[in-house]
Write a protein that binds this ligand. Structure first.
Ligand code: FAD
Length: 593
């Protein structure tokens, strides 16, 4: 299956900040092929007919059932959508795994089981495994015969993953003995294969493939969690476990490459599942708001509720647009390569680290917002277990914690960008210098644009400049100490997140201009509302960052420059959100993809 993504010249993560992107250059859900839609239907049927009717039983920690569902997903080809056929996969593109992932995200706890299997076990094995390792394990995992788990975290090292204490002692025959305790391991209770990170001779951080049946492997009690009760989370304990030399995954001392590339894809997939979950919850809210009457009318008729339904749609649309844009970048980069060769995938995952972190933060926070409003729209019924809103709310909270907390991901976004700029890979410093000259002699204001979404495109150009300004000044002001200024870096991250999402939403809506008029109008409403609100959020973040860096005349000058840059005329978002809410209620669900 091929994606109809236009070829872009060169894919460099973060480049969108410094360059213009044409509307036709991004992949969007509207470009999905019939084959993608078929895959979507298969995943939807699996979730609605096989997973959700069993969800209460899964929550009793019936791991035999969880295994059967993993097996069934394997039979349907859902575990190996993007794995080469040679290893039992379906060998489709990343867009296929996105449509499947979004559906699985609607499957409650099972999403976590699936994510640990596909993103955290199959992916690192495919990317870093030897032919022998793939022959031994990949097909079993893709078919769902075996279940996998990923053991990076320890009680003393979560965010600081490289601070792991687990040890691997090299033996005379080249094999290893592993000792340590891993914490919060998804699928821990019933996995057959563990990807375990430990330090060889206490120093060289390395990934190993450890079978459950190896002597010395045990798992602890199930954690009592806030949510995801139908997914297993346990400690994994290794006591002098013998591991053959051929079970080193990747290279000795290069475990960080396995860990971080896996996490990049995991972050991307987390956003995909979050978006699928949000879309389903918007449907629940819309249907409830249409049925529930107060003061003699459906609550969907009240402006306050329409605002919520409209805003939930806007935020989901922006994240969805950014996901598909990134999917297009992945598929374009991989298009001309042999699917069995994992090198290009490893390279592109490293390349798109910034976008993966952006999506992780934006996706998980959008989901939190949507599910919180879903509870609110359900009123008292949202707080009791009779309706799924309560469970969604609890289940989703962990998305801001795992796959790198949102704090860590926020720091990674500007951190990675700046590191690339300093290495000469991104012309950020030149752009910042040019912007400083521009700010000193600002061009006179041009006439408002009457092109479709023309004002929004102008606003996005201004957002990018605000981002470059804050990053440039921060680099100048703090130099090598910038890593210590987490508050400023986090505000810079927010500017970059809003900018990437705003641009993705507008470019997608521009493509929709050629589609059916009503759909195009709704997409324009969603993109226009997002840009309008992003302007205020970006200004607030930039002002806070500038005020942290300077004071007096310098601060006043910088703030005046920022105001000139971000002169964005507000639009009537009440009308736009109302139209979106009406459409969501009329169609009983999210209607933009
Ligand atoms: C349900 C569940 C499933 C999980 N599944 C897995 C799994 O399958 N495999 C696995 O390996 N792990 C798994 N984890 C662990 C998860 O990845 C960690 O909990 C997460 O990485 C955070 O680590 P921590 O809990 O030690 O928090 P900490 O690292 O102690 O962080 C606590 C707080 O401090 C902040 N913080 C930490 N360091 C910094 C810093 N340098 N700068 C700024 N702020 C900082 C964090 O953002 C956070 O807000 C799972 C966790 C849960 C809850």
């Amino acid at each position: 299956m091929t994606t109809t993504t236009p070829t872009t010249s060169e894919i460099t993560g973060g480049r969108w900040l410094l360059e213009e992107t044409a509307a036709g250059d991004i992949f969007t859900p509207e470009r999905l092929s019939d084959e993608h839609r078929l895959m979507d239907r298969t995943a939807e049927e699996f979730i609605t007919k096989e997973v959700m009717p069993n969800h209460d039983q899964l929550e009793t920690k019936d791991w035999d059932l969880a295994r059967r569902l993993v097996r069934r997903a394997g039979e349907l080809g859902l575990m190996g959508t993007d794995v080469p056929e040679a290893y039992g996969g379906v060998e489709l593109d990343k867009a296929s795994s996105v449509v499947v992932g979004a559906r699985i995200g609607q499957g409650g706890s099972f999403g976590s089981t699936y994510g640990a299997q596909t993103g955290l076990t199959i992916l690192p094995l495919h990317c870093f495994g030897t032919e022998e390792q793939k022959a031994a394990y990949l097909e079993k995992l893709v078919s769902g015969e075996w279940v996998g788990a990923y053991c990076l975290s320890e009680s003393g090292s979560g965010s600081d993953a490289l601070g792991a204490k687990a040890r691997a002692v090299r033996q005379d025959d080249g094999s290893y003995r592993l000792t340590g305790e891993k914490m919060w391991i998804t699928n821990g209770g019933f996995a057959d294969l563990f990807v375990v990170f430990a330090k060889v001779d206490g120093e060289q951080f390395t990934a190993f493939l450890v079978e459950r049946t190896y002597p010395g492997v045990t798992t602890g009690k199930e954690e009592h969690k806030m949510g995801l009760h139908g997914s297993s989370t346990t400690p994994v304990i290794l006591q002098d476990v013998p591991v053959p030399a051929e079970n080193v995954l990747g290279e000795v001392g290069k475990g960080h490459k396995v860990a971080f590339n896996t996490l990049n894809y995991g972050r991307f997939k987390l956003a995909v599942m979050a978006c699928g979950g949000a879309i389903a919850a918007i449907g629940e809210s819309a249907r409830y708001a249409a049925e529930r009457h107060q003061f003699g009318q459906p609550i969907a008729s009240f402006g306050a509720i329409r605002h919520k339904l409209g805003e939930m749609t806007v935020r989901a649309y922006a994240v969805e647009s950014a996901i598909y844009r990134t999917t297009g970048l992945l598929d374009t980069a991989l298009a001309d390569h042999d699917a069995a060769d994992p090198a290009p995938l490893r390279a592109v995952l490293e390349e798109l680290a910034i976008e993966c972190s952006i999506l992780k933060v934006a996706g998980s926070e959008m989901l939190s917002y949507v599910l919180d409003e879903n509870v609110q729209i359900h009123g008292g019924n949202g707080f009791v277990k009779d309706y799924p809103a309560e469970r969604h709310y609890r289940d989703s909270r962990v998305n801001r914690i795992f796959e790198g907390t949102n704090e860590i991901n926020r720091l990674l976004i500007p951190g990675t960008l700046i590191r690339r700029a300093l290495k000469g890979g991104l012309p950020l410093i030149a752009a910042a210098t040019q912007l400083q000259d521009e700010i000193m002699s600002p061009p006179s204001l041009s006439e408002p644009s009457d092109a479709p979404l023309g004002e929004q495109m102008r606003a996005i150009a201004a957002f990018k400049k605000a981002g470059v300004m804050v990053l440039g000044l921060a680099m100048q002001r703090y130099g090598e100490q910038l890593t210590e200024e987490q508050e400023v870096l986090s505000w810079a991250a927010d500017i970059l997140i809003y900018t990437f999402l705003a641009e993705s939403a507008v470019l997608r809506a521009l493509q929709a201009s050629t589609a059916e008029a009503a759909t195009a109008a709704l997409q324009h409403d969603a993109a226009g509302t997002y840009v309008n609100d992003a302007a205020a959020r970006i200004e607030a973040a930039a002002r806070s960052a500038l005020a942290a860096m300077d004071e007096g005349d310098t601060l006043r000058m910088n703030l005046a420059a920022l105001r000139r840059l971000l002169k964005v005329t507000p639009v009537n978002t009440v009308a736009m959100r109302r139209r979106l809410a009406t459409a969501v209620v009329d169609r009983a669900g999210y209607m933009l993809s």
